[in-house]
Design a protein around this ligand. Structure first.
Ligand code: NAD
Length: 485
């Protein structure tokens, strides 16, 4: 028997403890060589005043074992509590969220019997950095951050996954027709990295039509790679149309650590009733066994689980009169899977497990040193609510600022140009972006920007709420234009 691998386990909240008990029971009966170390997370820890929902000492266990099997937790309502999932993913560098989704038709009801896809979602960036500010009475902002190394790692992971699992196609979803810099970067890197994998078909779809296709013809998709927020949304859609959110497991993979969990939450209404489906967490645990080098046990459990489904032994969430034979509770379902260990499904295709371990994994291209970065202007955002919010008035005030290098080029409100020559129909909030550039077309200095801000404050009396420097990289504009600019 192989030496037992230490793993960190958290029983979580709501249905967490009962599905974890069921899952560990199956793993143990199948002979998984694991040695669980239990940590406390979730509601109890939040209530003790730990805003991250995880004891500082638990990080030591995670760092030591590098493998985390986590049950869902309940996030308390109200401010001050940080998402434990986001904290764990970012702290441990778990950049890749991998969610396989497939149909178990006809044993689990679905309209999409040929659905078999894997969603690979970027896990650390995008709007989930949670950098938000209220800037004026009316306007709040959330910062969307997308990096080259972050995008490169997740896209490469998607291609390496496709290669390891003999998947034929990788589809990238972005919204780069609107977000040309952030989503545009992701799309560009998809094209660049894709060239390293000539054997794999590549396609790109705008997220809106992509989601529509995913909901209508999911069988046309294979591996999907996308940014954090889009991935969050589409992976729940995919799980739901596959039959039940109670079935899906997910892996969160980083360079040294990995976390495995069900995709659903703690389902408080059914907690403690022994009716929850443990399959989501079980599928996550199966992925964990592959990750820690025990693919044979993973396959044995997967086969037994599929055979249990085929035999019509179902928990309430997937039970259907006609196609199901027996309705069971959480622990009896686990017992049924244990009873089926050693058996293979007759109709459902068993999953083949392949570690994703290509030599290119986690690789990022070192930053290009030769790029010439030049400061050519500044966007000054101001909170302004006077003169019936007439942009002509604001424009004239700012044009009158006497600055040697920087002059007002345009003002936009929520991204739409309103000065000069705004349209009377455009709605105005109290949040204005005022773009200053060097009319001679040359560079500007930080001291000149500071001087401009002093004048905007002292001469015009405006509250500047933030600035964004306007740069060029090798002469190329590295900022968006206002709509209508
Ligand atoms: P949820 O996934 O917990 O439950 C939604 C509904 O889906 C449940 O009421 C139940 O009817 C069904 N369901 C979910 N899992 C099931 C299972 N295993 N078996 C049978 N039916 C199941 O989503 P929610 O109600 O939006 O969230 C409840 C709590 O879970 C919230 O506090 C939320 O923050 C938290 N949550 C945690 C995680 C996590 O820890 N990874 C993920 C999502 C939500």
């Amino acid at each position: 028997m192989a030496e037992k691998r230490k793993i960190t386990v958290a029983y979580g909240d709501g249905i967490g403890p009962e599905i974890m008990q069921a899952t560990l029971h199956i793993l143990e009966a199948a002979g998984a060589a694991i040695d669980p170390e239990v940590i406390e997370i979730g509601e109890k820890v939040y209530r003790q005043g730990v805003s991250a929902g995880i004891e500082p000492s638990s990080w030591e266990s995670l760092r030591r074992t590098q493998v985390f099997l986590k049950a869902p937790i309940t996030t308390p309502q109200g401010g001050g509590f940080k998402s434990l999932n986001v904290t764990t993913r970012t702290t441990l560098g778990l950049y890749a969220n991998v969610r396989p989704c497939r149909s178990y038709s006809p044993y689990v009801a679905t309209r999409h019997s040929a659905l078999d896809m894997v969603i690979i979602r970027e896990n650390e960036e995008d709007l989930y950095s949670g950098i938000e500010h209220r800037q004026t009475e009316e306007v709040v902002q959330s910062l969307k951050l997308v990096s080259r190394p972050g995008s490169e790692k997740i896209i490469r992971y998607a291609f390496e996954y496709a290669k390891a699992y003999n998947r034929r196609k990788v589809t990238c979803f972005t919204k780069d027709n609107i977000m040309k810099l952030t989503d545009g970067l992701f799309h560009r890197i998809f094209n660049e990295v894709g060239e390293e994998y000539p054997e794999i078909e590549k396609e790109h779809m705008i997220i809106d039509i992509g989601s529509a296709i995913l909901a209508d013809k999911p069988e046309t998709l294979d591996v999907v790679v996308t940014l954090n927020l889009y991935g969050d949304i589409i992976s729940d859609i995919a799980a739901q149309i596959a039959g039940s959110v109670g079935l899906g497991g997910s892996a969160n993979i980083g360079q040294c650590c990995a976390m495995f969990e069900a995709i659903h939450g703690s389902a408080p209404p059914i907690a403690g009733k022994d009716i929850a489906n443990p399959s989501g967490l079980l599928n996550a645990a199966i992925m964990m066994l592959v990750h820690i080098g025990q693919p044979e046990v993973a396959a044995t459990i997967n086969n037994a689980w599929l055979k249990t489904l085929e035999d019509g032994i179902h928990t309430a969430d997937i039970y259907r009169v006609g196609s199901s034979r027996q309705i069971v509770g959480t622990q009896d379902f686990a017992k049924a899977v244990v009873d089926h260990l050693g058996q293979k499904p007759q109709h459902l295709k068993p999953v083949e497990f392949h570690p994703v371990s290509g030599s290119q994994l986690h690789k990022t291209t070192p930053p290009a040193k030769s790029l010439k970065k030049e400061l050519v202007g500044v966007d000054v955002f101001v909170d302004w609510n006077e003169d019936e919010r007439n942009p002509e008035v604001l424009g004239k005030k700012l044009s009158a600022v006497d600055h040697q290098t920087l002059t007002l080029k345009m003002i936009s409100n929520r991204g739409v140009k309103v000065y000069p020559e705004g349209k009377p129909e455009t709605f105005h909030t109290d949040h204005w972006r005022c773009r200053f550039v060097n009319p001679a077309g040359g560079t500007v200095t930080h001291v000149q920007v500071l001087d401009l801000l002093r004048k905007v404050h002292e001469e015009v009396g405006l509250d500047f709420i933030k600035t964004e420097n306007l740069y060029t990289f090798n002469g190329e504009h590295a900022y968006s234009s206002g709509q209508g600019e």
